[in-house]
Ligand binder design. Structure first.
Ligand SMILES: [Fe+2]
Ligand SMILES: [Fe+2]
Length: 363
């Protein structure tokens, strides 16, 4: 009984590590071997069959009654990849299983092989982008629950945040053009959460196109996702205010970098980069901006510099109640004007060159 869940747990752990690193990474190999050895006891007449039926997972004709976290994640991963059936035959090799895991992790094309048959419900460009949109909406909802939980003093769910960051990294691997995956704001009160995922995507994009991979890329995504977490300590009436803010209200709003860094410093397992980006993202490259502190002498951290570029871009391209979104060409001029003072000049150049390379390459 336990071995079905063991199998799914090893597959899911291999998959998340494959998303973060590569399918050649030793931990992925180790987890794949574990999955491969646990499947040995599961064959029935030489076949393991896994079927997705609504919210249930039917494993060898039996519904899995206990759905732990890994089973839940496996179900949602199958759904996102448009797969409703997986048949694994006993002749399967470790390499074939790894191919399936890498395909589910978005690292390879997902297709049936001689011993693994996949029932694929939907394939093709349109459904992929529908799936990407559904995924983005789901992440925004998850982030809303997490962030709003902070107001209610709930602990921050790190594994859920890890999951969101992995999915954002994955989204960019499947759709390289970051401008196609950043979401528009649908409702006024969603701004904070959509902005957080957009800034994370735009920062991951800068880092990855600059050659950053693995753990560091993940930590940078994590830091960008949480850059405005201090806003959860600003009264909602200010965040949701439809008109411009008064001078006093701006003073309150400007406390969010310090509040965010303070909050994160009290948590375990938060990458240090997250504290730094929360604290510094409204500092300018030349040390001006806020909060005003002795840190100026040290200069703004490279990750905060990338977050600041992403933050500026996303804030301006978004329609807000008090102003319309700014054209991309105009944002480019504004950033160029601030290069060397507000922003790092090489990073601004890198950001626009990377965007241009995408536009030229994909269309
Ligand atoms: Fe901010
Ligand atoms: Fe922001």
């Amino acid at each position: 009984m336990g071995s079905k869940t063991d199998f799914i747990s090893s597959v899911m752990s291999a998959m998340s590590n494959c998303t973060l690193y590569s399918e050649q990474h030793p931990i992925v190999k180790e987890l794949n071997d574990k999955a491969f050895s646990s499947i040995g006891q599961l064959y029935r007449d030489g076949v393991v069959s896994i079927t997705l039926l609504g919210d249930s997972l039917i494993f060898n004709e039996e519904q899995m009654s206990e759905k732990g976290l890994h089973v839940e994640k496996f179900i949602s991963r199958l759904r996102r990849r448009g797969i409703d059936k997986v048949i694994i035959r006993s002749g399967v090799s470790g390499g074939e299983l790894l191919g399936f895991i890498a395909g589910m992790a978005g690292k390879r094309d997902l297709q049936s092989t001689s011993n693994i048959s996949l029932g694929i419900v939907e394939i093709g460009q349109t459904t992929e982008s529908v799936a990407a949109k559904a995924l983005a909406a789901e992440n925004v909802e998850r982030l809303r629950r997490l962030f709003e939980g902070i107001r209610g003093m709930h602990p921050l769910d790190m594994s859920c945040l890890d999951d969101i960051v992995s999915e954002l990294i994955n989204t960019l691997r499947n759709e390289a053009n970051v401008l196609k995956v950043i979401s528009p704001i649908r409702a006024h009160d969603e701004y904070t959460f959509i902005h957080a995922t957009n800034v994370a995507l735009l920062t991951i994009f800068q880092a990855e196109s600059g050659g950053i991979t693995g753990d560091l890329l993940f930590e940078i995504g994590f830091a960008a996702l949480l850059h405005d977490i201090g806003k959860m300590f600003v009264p909602e009436t200010l965040l949701d205010k439809k008109g411009g803010l008064t001078a006093e209200e701006w003073d309150v709003m400007r406390t969010h970098p310090v509040a965010g860094a303070r909050y994160l410093s009290g948590l375990r397992n938060v990458p240090r980069l997250a504290l730094i980006a929360a604290y510094e993202h409204h500092m300018s490259f030349d040390g001006t901006g806020y909060p005003d502190s002795g840190r100026k002498k040290k200069g703004q951290h490279l990750v905060s510099q990338m977050v600041a570029i992403a933050d500026f871009f996303d804030a301006l391209r978004t329609n807000r109640p008090y102003r319309k979104s700014v054209e991309i060409a105009e944002i480019r001029c504004m950033m160029a004007a601030g290069a060397g003072r507000q922003f790092s000049a090489p990073l601004v150049a890198h950001f626009w060159q990377s965007l241009e390379a995408l536009q030229g390459g994909s269309e």
